[in-house]
Design a protein around this ligand. Sequence first.
Ligand SMILES: O=C(O)CCC(=O)C(=O)O
Ligand SMILES: [Fe+2]
Length: 288
Amino acid sequence: MVNSPHFLGYTAVGSEYTKGQLDMREQFDWATPLESTWKEDDPDYLRLWGPSQWPTEEELPGFRAVMENFLLDTDKLAHEFTGLVSEALGLGPEKLYEFFEPPGQMQHRGKMIKYPEAVEGGSDQGVGAHYDSGFLSFLVQVTDHQPGLQVQNAAGDWIDAPRIPDTMVINIGKGLEFLTSGVAIATSHRVLSPKPGSGTRYSVPYFQQIVQRVVLGEAARTLKFPPEILAERDARGKPVADSINYPEYGHLPAGHAALIGRNKSHRDVGAKWYPALFKEIFPDGAPA
Ligand SMILES: O=C(O)CCC(=O)C(=O)O
Ligand SMILES: [Fe+2]
């Protein structure tokens, strides 16, 4: 991944951070096909979208086609689902589509993740408590009989989200929460490493992205929800959550908020490709 300004590629175990703590997972990040249109004078965050890195056909025959088709298929599902969310929130079926570029002009992301067993007495942070950055995430839990994924309920309790065969877990991202002024609450979630001796866990999330140039906290004011939807939101109150990421959606373009998140998670990549932003985030250097 360190070779990619788009944060796409392979990450070894123990080099990614959530809330300042190391995650214990190995992963391959890839995205729907898109050439980078970023130029020197453009804002940095437009550089987040660009081509994936692939092993050669000789090394892994057919891998690229399978991976790209999986994301493109899941993206169709996510796109339809977005229309249903828009309708369910009383906005009409088309409204939320205003926050997407036309197909082929934006990029959605995926990850193939391997969580090794925890070592006795070691860290069990597969990935720490966080929100996903975008709109909706669709997650395939590959491994059977392997707990790990947990979501936080409104009271702040961590609840297991075990694998149910032939289903995907759908998480709400922080972008959708900002855009809906908290009507849709982002899912605070984490993964605990498999217990020693219980085997490796695999999962494959798809992350639906949003337009990069829009400040979601401002765009939110243009969405008119029916009063009964707002009343439900207000009656529900503010949930308790351990996750803290992406407060920047309130005042920065969505792409910038996403880029800050990537810099915090993958510091080696951030320091190499976005040195000025990296220094803003970590003025005294990245803490160990
Ligand atoms: O592995 C999982 O089940 C969840 C992964 C996740 O939350 C993420 O990568 O954002
Ligand atoms: Fe996540």
